[in-house]
Design a protein around this ligand. Structure first.
Ligand code: PLP
Length: 375
């Protein structure tokens, strides 16, 4: 059996180890320290646009703190893109609020502006204005920020930009992660850069950054003794892991280029298989192509292909199962147009790591070609 080809595995740049060694040598083995500060500064310099960054233990923690900072409370409703990973929606429930799921548009696979507006109007009619909107740049493809944010603004609802999958992407030449009232990043092991586990909250408001850090470090009031007047969390990023992040920030642009190159390689090589289609970048969108995805003609063909690739020891995955189909969220209101159900049925994510070798890419391509020649 040939070696396993993973969907998206960590890819170190080379300098991570020396930052980690430095953390040990200086004994900054804590959820604070020079690497945490340095990592935050480096992300800020990358995002630009007056971004302020609080480094946290995960993207999920960042979403949770974003909801708290925006005042989401039990009984509230929060709008969330349905086609996403469950981590986008779970923190809504941590807050005792109800997720309201919104279907996708064909162009970007992200939140449909039309469905969003219909849903907001309907929720207001039913008696509750949503407290926030969580919009996601899925697989690195930017959502239509101009439209989504204009709608949000017209109803005065803040947007949390879930940028877990799209660091390095941009929309209208502005970096993803700079659009939301609050944005979040993830540095989970499968992301475009990783700290093994980690995340960040991005804001333009120093008070929001400080509030996020306060809540992430157990909400300690300004006193010599341990004094608490609110509930806190243990959500800060470790200085050791931030060291990995600093090494990864040095190679972020390379990682984006490599993932975009994977997409182009697949697209060119599979061009004459007419059963396969790709999501092209709509005008104004620049995707980091975190995962290269294809659409097949049917669920059975998609599943047949996945199993065929598995025979060759190649991991591939169906596109995210929409949240409105998840048993845990089935009772939540949802506004659907069939797009995300169709994407889930027919779509497949291919191996997309920035460390894939030419030989590995060729193995994936030849596996796909073999399958379609036979069926
Ligand atoms: C769209 C999306 N949102 C949120 C998250 C949560 O990030 P983390 O795993 O760092 O908690 C992830 C990834 O895991 C994700 O893909």
């Amino acid at each position: 059996m040939e070696s396993k080809i993973w969907l998206s595995s960590p890819h170190m740049g080379g300098n991570e180890q020396s930052y980690v060694n430095n953390a040990f040598e200086t004994n900054w083995i804590a959820p604070l320290g020079p690497h945490v500060d340095g990592f935050e500064n480096e992300i800020q310099n990358f995002l630009k646009d007056n971004s302020l960054v609080a480094a946290l233990s995960s993207g999920t923690a960042a979403l949770h703190l974003a909801l708290i900072v925006l005042g989401v409370k039990p009984g509230d409703e929060v709008i969330c893109q349905s086609k996403t990973f469950s981590a986008s929606a779970n923190p809504i429930v941590y807050q005792g609020a109800t997720p309201i799921f919104i279907d996708s548009e064909e162009d970007t696979w992200n939140m449909s502006p039309e469905v969003l507006e219909t849903a907001i109007q309907d929720r207001i009619k039913k008696g509750k204005k949503p407290k926030a909107i969580i919009a996601v740049h899925l697989y690195g493809m930017p959502y239509k920020a101009t439209e989504i944010h204009a709608i949000a603004k017209s109803y005065n609802i803040p947007v949390i930009e879930d940028n877990a999958e799209a660091l390095g992407s941009s929309y209208k030449n502005k970096k993803c992660g700079t659009f939301g009232d609050i944005a979040i990043l993830s540095f989970n092991g499968n992301k475009i850069i990783t700290t093994s586990g980690g995340g960040a909250l991005v804001t333009k408001d120093e008070a929001v950054k400080q509030k996020a850090i306060f809540l992430a470090t157990q909400a300690r009031d300004n006193a010599v003794e341990y004094l608490h007047s609110s509930i806190g969390y243990n959500y800060r990023l470790s200085n050791v892991l931030a060291g990995i992040g600093r090494g990864q920030m040095e190679v972020l642009e390379d990682r984006v280029n490599a993932r975009r190159q994977n997409f182009d390689t697949y697209k060119t090589a599979l061009n004459n298989i007419e059963e396969i289609t790709f999501l092209n970048e709509p005008k104004d969108c620049y995707s980091n192509r975190w995962l290269s995805c294809i659409m097949t003609p049917s669920e059975s063909i998609r599943e047949g292909l996945r199993l065929k690739l598995l025979e060759y020891n190649i991991e591939s995955r169906p596109l995210w199962k929409p949240m409105h189909q998840q048993p845990v969220f089935r009772s939540c209101p949802s506004y659907k147009n069939g797009v995300s159900d169709n994407l889930f049925k027919k779509g497949l994510c291919l191996p997309s790591g920035s460390n894939l070798t030419e030989n590995e890419l060729n193995r994936v391509i030849s596996g796909i070609k073999t399958y379609f020649r036979a069926c």
